[in-house]
Design a protein around this ligand. Sequence first.
Ligand code: KE4
Length: 427
Amino acid sequence: MNNNSKSLFQQASKYIPGGVNSPVRAFKSVGGDPIFMERAKGSYLYDADGNRYIDYIASWGPMIMGHAWEPVISAVQKAAERSTSFGAPTEMEISLAQLIVENIPNMERIRMVNSGTEATMSAIRLARGFSGKNKFIKFAGNYHGHGDSFLIKAGSGAITLGQPSSPGVTPGTAQDTLLAEYNDLAGVQALVKANPDEIAAIILEPIPGNMGCILPEKGFIEGLRQLCDEENILLIFDEVMTGFRLGFGGAQATLGVEADLVTYGKVIGAGLPVGAYGGREDIMEYVAPNGPVYQAGTLSGNPIAMTAGYTLLKHLLEHPEVYTELAAKCESIERGIRPLLEAKGLPYQINRQGSMISVHFTDTAVRDFDSAQTGDNAHFKNFFHGMLKRGVYLPPSAYESWFLNAALSAEDIDHTLQAAKDSLAEL
Ligand code: KE4
């Protein structure tokens, strides 16, 4: 079997829809065939053809210390020798839960699941069960995983009910999802006014990464917090991407606003399948087996995944300098790319928060989903492939944040900027 990327993709496509186990890996929005990776170490990915790439996807966030980070690898190897799963509680589940509860102020109870999707699905079910209300508000362009309630696009009018954005999502499900525009507090207030006493929760990416990176405007998040307090609505921060990435306290600490429930994923598992949701004790006590809201999972709290997550999070808690160094590296990339884009004369926006950054080829400030869509995707596509052939692997979509890792060296960043200069010259 010729195991180069092209051949592997052909073989994969015989058994797996699209040859991938997650659509965004398929390169559909940038064109070309997905590249099969063989191994990774530190800031480098190595593909099946022996090419090396500087990694700016970090497995879509989790690999914040870089790949094959030794403390996680050795901890996981040791844990695996004691069996990979028990179907019974283990001490490692306490260790990770305790580390988070004792270091995130409003995290009084937390439940582990196996993905960000499970975390957000469970958080919405819990908010509905706790409040007795069915509807919830999400924001266009915010991605919360593939749960039915989230695969919704805007309805016809400004305050109409959502419509399914995927076949298989029923109108019955969609009718309880209300769509608002990120950074539009007045729009949210109008939705709440139009649906009195029917809204269980407002869920959002507090600092979105799924429209590229978008920053909350002054007063927006605080306004949502106040609105939720006034209207008895639960505020849910989906921190699957921002949690333990922007800082140990995530977007809550960055913004100085506390949600009622928070969902986690990605970094919390250090590359193994972990999601979590948690928050106020009175709400979390509604979750089975203590309460009536059912949620379960064969591999939830898996001891190997807990070991990986605990090893990584304990390091991040004890070494806050990891975050300042990551942010500094990200700032140097922003400072380096700006003059290149200016010199090229292309319209562009760069949005950055900590170690999350995105480049948008548009002259419109990118502040919500509509403005994010003004980006010239053809430019992004060509820029992506220009960088790829120069050994820099960006997320294969204009609507993704880039993810930096702590193993990135000054040479990696110099190489990245040189590749950006040469790639832009080809646009
Ligand atoms: P997962 O089910 O993929 O673990 O998490 C879903 C999810 C929930 N909330 C936020 C804010 C997220 O960003 C995600 C997943 N992010 C995408 C990429 N932005 C995962 C990549 C993929 O789907 O393969």
